[in-house]
Design a protein around this ligand. Structure first.
Ligand SMILES: Cc1ncc(COP(=O)(O)O)c(C=O)c1O
Length: 386
């Protein structure tokens, strides 16, 4: 194989050609500003944005009017967490999250803690799960908000959202869900999971970078949100600024594709992931899988492996033409072991010998076979030079 093999789908994904095709007209002739009301350029852009809003809503079982376009999951998380806090009733001053959340959730919540909020950080079990019981015992009559991700970006753990949502709702707390890794890969349903706010990001499921969405519940227990930025009043004033029309169209198309093909793709990608694991295990001893053992409770494309006695950074460098990650993309290059692996109790010597492989839409069986050989060969070499 004379090209790079990309196995880092948790970090980002290539744009699907169908997504690119849907976007191109809005980068060329239909370049209008969706806020321009006086001519066809603006009308066409507005129509495209509203179509995309419906497509995003459909994927989540939400109404189009509950979807707001943003620049990605980091921004959606910040608007959800900080924006909701600004409207919290005085007697609800408690927030619950878990230690394996992404920094785009942990950092805004740490800020709220500094501002005087009581923050409970739950520790997941050894596979990364938060149980309904664990959440139930942390909730009290002062809990305003619970923020639990749909799926983890390192170990792929898919949380039992329906149960967590039910428990949070019974306590009168809002549930925010960072679905950056889950959206487009597994079914999400804001109704069955009683989700109040949800964040997603286009570049994690074959739409471009720099576009995302925020779901905010309006039906039933309506969520009040204050904007973090002020300006032109777009997106009901919640996310002002000229809309990224081509990006939004791309995100909409990615949601349409996911809504239609998600189950089939999950099966195909899951099979390739299992093939990859089997092949590696057959070739080398002492391989530990991090995250859920039950592959039904794990993202289909996720494989986090620790190779006893092998330095993770040396492994990544030696793998050369195989693009993967030693930890999460955001902390790559940092010699500290991943805080997610630490949180689930992975021993230090294994945490520093971890490779995160992410498979996705364009991963082929040929690439998987190649990756198996490269990993077996490289781990073997590194173990021999110890
Ligand atoms: C779980 C999770 N949340 C949030 C983000 C941030 O997303 P974005 O790049 O869209 O800001 C990421 C990206 O790595 C992620 O994996």
């Amino acid at each position: 194989m004379n090209k790079q093999v990309y196995l880092d789908y948790h970090a980002t994904t290539p744009v699907d050609p169908r997504v690119l095709d849907a976007m191109l007209p809005y980068l060329k002739d239909s370049f209008g500003n969706a806020s321009s009301k006086t001519h066809p350029y603006g009308w066409a852009a507005r129509e495209a944005v509203e179509k995309a809003r419906s497509q995003v809503g459909s994927l989540l079982n939400a109404s189009p009017g509950e979807i707001y376009f943003t620049g990605g999951a980091t921004e959606s998380n910040n608007i959800s967490l900080l924006g909701a806090a600004l409207h919290a009733p005085a007697e609800r001053n408690h927030i619950i999250t878990q230690s394996t959340e992404h920094h785009a959730v942990l950092d805004p919540l740490r800020k709220l803690e500094k501002d005087g909020w009581r923050l409970t950080v739950l520790h997941p079990d050894s596979e990364g799960f938060i149980s309904a019981e664990a959440l139930g015992s942390a909730l009290d009559e002062h809990t305003f908000l619970v923020s639990i991700m749909a799926a983890n970006n390192e170990i792929g753990t898919v949380q039992p959202l329906d149960e967590l949502g039910r428990v949070a709702a019974e306590a009168g707390a809002l549930l925010h869900c960072d679905a950056a890794q889950a959206a487009g890969k597994i079914r999400l349903d804001v109704e069955s999971s009683a989700i109040s706010m949800l964040s997603l990001s286009g570049h994690k499921f074959c739409a471009p970078k720099g576009v995302g969405a925020l779901y905010r519940r309006k039906r039933g227990n309506r969520v009040r949100l204050a904007p973090l930025a002020l300006g032109g009043g777009q997106e009901e004033g919640l996310r002002p600024g000229t809309l990224n029309v081509p990006g939004i169209v791309g995100l909409g198309e990615a949601c349409r594709i996911a809504a239609e093909e998600l189950e089939e793709e999950a099966q195909r990608v899951g099979r390739l992931r299992d093939l990859l694991l089997d092949g590696i295990r057959r070739g080398i001893p002492d391989v530990t899988v991090n995250g859920p053992a039950d592959t039904d409770k794990k993202l289909p494309g996720n494989l986090s492996l620790s190779f006893k006695g092998v330095d993770g950074s040396a492994l990544i460098v030696s793998l050369g033409d195989l693009a993967a990650s030693a930890g999460s993309a955001c902390t790559a290059g940092n010699a500290e072991p991943s805080y997610v692996l630490k949180a689930i109790g992975t021993p230090m010597e294994l945490a520093v010998s971890t490779l995160r492989l992410g498979l996705g839409r364009f991963t082929t069986e040929e690439e998987v076979t190649y990756a198996i050989d490269r990993i077996i060969e490289t781990v073997g070499k590194l173990r021999r030079v110890r």
